[in-house]
Design a protein around this ligand. Sequence first.
Ligand code: FAD
Length: 279
Amino acid sequence: MSLSMALPVSFEFFPPKTPEGADKLRAVRQQLYVRRPQFCSVTYGAGGSTQAGTFNTVREILAEGVSAASHFSCIGATRASVREQLAELKAMGVTRLVALRGDLPSGYGLGGEFQYASDLVAFIRTETGRDFHIEVAAYPEVHPQAKSPEADLQAFATKVRAGADSAITQYFFNSDAYFRFVDDAHKLGADVPVVPGIMPITGASQLLRFSDACGAEVPRWIRLRLQAFGDDAASIRAFGLDVVTDLCDQLRNAGVPGLHFYTMNQSAVTLEICERLGL
Ligand code: FAD
């Protein structure tokens, strides 16, 4: 079997806000299922703001015969509320969680009984044993609120020690940051699979704004090229496809354990990348 055949892919969605959005996402999923994802994951608004939408989308994916991972953030949550939701997820047949701290919108007090994602991972393990495969977030270019790169690596290692089975990274365009992160995490004993999160490039301004907020660096040459295209959507798309496919190819050749696509609830660009890679 060739390497490309063996490389698992997973797709991430956010819960749609309208019935039209839900219909569109159903169609998008069917298009993406052709690529036989290992699982599809659904994001979860911090503070539980999207809980119903997240769980409904997860239910639909499971009913479509595909493995589903529910993201689950703990900021502002209590032990009792998390216990209740874990029971609901278990009853739904969910076996995979992406355990996160999450971010509350500014103005909200922190409150809650969990401070960090590692607290959530430890709680899930204590409450439910090995019922769930637990994924956690990793930040090759350092989480924006980390006290230092070293502290962030230590925080990642703490999540692994608390019981995480594997990790998905924040997206990045500098593969060296990913390789160094994985090496450094190994040195700390955090040697779980770390799957690169891949952000397809579909537009310029949203990507640049979003990257600033989440601490992902868009290299100068990519930023300048994107800005130079102005409103020329076709050129942005073509350039973005080349850049992201090259990144994935490099990661695959280096033997990454999988690729996790931030689909933004769209299928076309992710599908084209998979096709170009022969996945
Ligand atoms: P943590 O691992 O708790 O880290 C948060 C910060 O605290 C870091 O700066 C870390 O260095 C620091 N820290 C951790 N432990 C300690 C400690 N013991 N002492 C001192 N500092 C510490 N957000 C959502 O709201 N919903 C989602 O569905 C969602 N999905 C995501 C999926 C992926 C793959 C990724 C990469 C991110 C996702 N996010 C999501 C964003 C995420 O919630 C934010 O990045 C959030 O700010 C941090 O969450 P975390 O789980 O990484 O937190």
